[in-house]
Write a protein that binds this ligand. Structure first.
Ligand SMILES: NC(=O)C1=CN([C@@H]2O[C@H](COP(=O)(O)OP(=O)(O)OC[C@H]3O[C@@H](n4cnc5c(N)ncnc54)[C@H](OP(=O)(O)O)[C@@H]3O)[C@@H](O)[C@H]2O)C=CC1
Ligand SMILES: CC(C)(CO)C(=O)C(=O)O
Length: 312
């Protein structure tokens, strides 16, 4: 796998591209705006704790000019995908695989061949990915990994341990902490439990997860959201055994603002649909009660509408 492109180099994409570059891989990055300008003029810099590395990458806003890749890692937010799809498609050759690295329920989850992205990109090319790597953009062209313990779960939509999945793992693992899974949907929901609770409560309160968890009433809401999301997962055949309470100890605390809070503070659109509304819709479809989600989600939607960061 020689030709690797990262599509959408914000926090996650920037960290992935930088780590690939640090490990000596040639990596291309599709970016835009001030992030692209900075990467072109000063390169891409990766910070982890007190260390910083300059990581050479080829950065462009013209995906078609890069030509077909062996592997594309797509790291745009879920709501940016429809608009990005034509440019993403220009990176595809007959054998190209695409890793969709995002939070929330991904477009390919129910393997709907009629989905617009299934037509434009193809479920057969898709590799699911769950990101366990809290990160942020410190400044255009400078990304930061906010935790020493990062990992990425990669899995086929049909749950097979396919030869191509193993090939992708071999290509990436010297650079990235990648783990192949035959239960990618379990990983998606396990991560989504955390996102539902932390995205809602930290974004509504402009607080770090750590600070939310210090307050008993908010901690209680956090646990209820973890448990409600676990119940929804169960309605779709994903049985997560760990009670909400016992997940709290493992949550990355410290100074990482969850990506939804980062978006709110930066005036960007929020990833409400993939991370939160889909969970509520799935709950309703399966007749599963989500009382805390049902109170907090309209509040966050309205908060985002008030600053034109959500339009539905
Ligand atoms: N940040 C984190 O700690 C974590 C994030 N995640 C998830 O990972 C995914 C990515 O998040 P994150 O990296 O934080 O998001 P960012 O917003 O930092 O990065 C996404 C980047 O993609 C760019 N982009 C969007 N559309 C295009 C396009 N058509 N062409 C070129 N560039 C494009 C955006 O540019 P622009 O701003 O101009 O739209 C932005 O720079 C999300 O699903 C998030 O929930 C998961 C775990 C941790
Ligand atoms: C769980 C968390 C907060 C960190 O990985 C995340 O997924 C995000 O920032 O979007």
């Amino acid at each position: 796998m020689k030709r690797i492109a990262v599509f959408g180099a914000g926090a996650v994409g920037g960290v992935i591209a930088a780590q690939l570059s640090r490990a000596g891989k040639a990596v291309s990055v599709v970016a835009r705006g001030t992030y692209l300008d900075a990467m072109r003029s000063q390169g891409l810099r990766l910070r982890i704790a007190a260390e910083e590395w300059l990581c050479p990458v080829t950065a462009t806003d013209d995906a078609a000019a890069l030509g077909p890749q062996d592997l594309v890692i797509c790291t745009v937010k879920a709501h940016s995908l429809p608009a990005a799809a034509p440019a993403l498609a220009s990176l595809l050759g007959p054998e190209t695989s695409v890793i969709f690295a995002q939070n929330g329920i991904p477009w390919w989850y129910f393997r709907d061949e009629e989905h617009q992205l299934a037509r434009q990109i193809g479920i057969q090319r898709t590799i699911g990915c769950v990101i366990r790597a809290p990160c942020s953009v410190v400044a255009p062209g400078v990304v930061q990994l906010d935790s020493g313990h990062s990992r990425y779960y990669l899995g086929e939509p049909d749950n097979s341990l396919s030869p191509r999945l193993q090939q992708i793992i071999s290509a990436l693992e010297p650079a990235l902490p990648v783990i192949a899974t035959t239960r990618i949907r379990d990983e998606i929901w396990q991560k989504l439990r955390i996102n539902v609770a932390s995205s809602l409560l930290t974004t509504l309160t402009h607080s770090f997860t750590h600070d939310v968890l210090q307050r008993a009433p908010l901690r209680e809401l956090f646990i209820q959201l973890l448990d409600e999301t676990r119940a929804v997962a169960g309605g779709y055949g994903v049985l997560l055994t760990e009670p909400g309470e016992s997940l709290l100890a493992g949550l990355s605390g410290g100074q990482h603002a969850p990506s939804m809070l980062q978006d709110l503070l930066a005036g960007r659109p929020l990833e409400l649909d993939a991370q939160l509304l889909t969970v509520q819709a799935l709950a309703r479809q399966a007749n599963i009660a989500t009382p805390v989600l049902d109170i907090l989600l309209p509040l966050l939607q309205q908060r985002a509408r008030a600053t034109a960061q959500y339009h539905v």
